[in-house]
Design a protein around this ligand. Structure first.
Ligand code: HEC
Ligand code: HEC
Length: 204
């Protein structure tokens, strides 16, 4: 009789250990993050100007962006990693479940965004003009030169200029959809002034 009870207790304990959900979940996030970091850099701070930092973005923005890539609403740009394997964000996001997306968004929202201001060349004249334009047309939704994650509109200040330049072009061509109210302001900016705004943002 006593032996039976001991066995039962043992089985119950083993079952409880196996059922420890948080342990398995945490391991999954680490595994996913490892894949993201291969392109986005350690803890989401990228060392390739084609790939944006994603550290410190709001969880909401990250979740929305990943869902847009997953559905195909936002087109990803083909990218080759160091091993020569080509992929893009649409392929990456399609492999993620809704729970994966929530967890990985939370993960990067807790990392710290490292500005690239010191690592890229900016022209002081363009910076000045860009700052003026940005304050007039963009700051309402992108506070402090787009460095406030609470706006849920990405992080623009200190981002890689090459990434920003490509996104400006995609917005202008309509390849990437932008929020309606942003479109109104964006349209009022002349193409030759994009570069001024990009320099202003790159210097923050
Ligand atoms: C093969 C390389 C690669 C991998 C792996 C990868 N990314 Fe990306 N990611 C990119 C590139 C390149 C861009 C920028 C161009 C674009 O929009 O596709 C990008 C853009 C993004 C953006 C948009 C950022 C913005 O400012 O709007 C988010 C969010 C993102 N990635 C999250 C992730 C997450 C989370 C993972 C892991 C699940 C991941 N990425 C894995 C290459 C990659
Ligand atoms: C009415 C609010 C609003 C205004 C005004 C606005 N934006 Fe945005 N912007 C957003 C939101 C929201 C997003 C998130 C993108 C999405 O939802 O697709 C965004 C995204 C962006 C992105 C992409 C960020 C990334 O990480 O890929 C850039 C670049 C950008 N805005 C630049 C500008 C510029 C330049 C102006 C001024 C001409 C401007 N925005 C004005 C709301 C706005």
């Amino acid at each position: 009789m006593e032996k039976r009870i001991k066995l039962l207790t043992l089985l119950l304990t083993a079952g409880m250990l196996l059922g420890l959900a948080p342990v398995t979940q945490a391991a999954d996030v680490d595994k996913i993050a490892h894949e993201c970091d291969e392109c986005h850099g350690k803890d989401g701070n990228s060392d390739d100007p084609k790939v944006p930092n994603i550290a410190g973005y709001s969880a909401k923005y990250l979740e929305d962006a990943l869902n847009d890539y997953k559905s195909g609403d936002r087109p990803g740009v083909k990218y080759k990693n160091d091993e020569g394997e080509e992929s893009d964000m649409n392929e990456v996001a399609k492999k993620l479940s809704d729970d994966d997306i929530k967890a990985i968004a939370e993960h990067y929202s807790k990392k710290t965004f490292k500005s690239h201001a010191g690592e890229q060349k900016t022209d002081p004249k363009l910076v000045k003009r860009g700052e003026k334009l940005f304050k007039k047309k963009c700051k309402k939704c992108h506070a402090d030169f787009g460095t406030d994650p609470e706006d849920d509109a990405g992080i623009l200040g200190g981002q890689w200029m090459e990434y920003l330049r490509h996104q400006f072009d995609m917005f202008a061509s309509g390849e990437r959809e932008m929020p309606k109210k942003m479109k109104k302001k964006f349209k009022k900016i002349k193409k030759k002034d994009y570069e001024a705004i990009i320099h202003a943002l790159g210097s923050k």
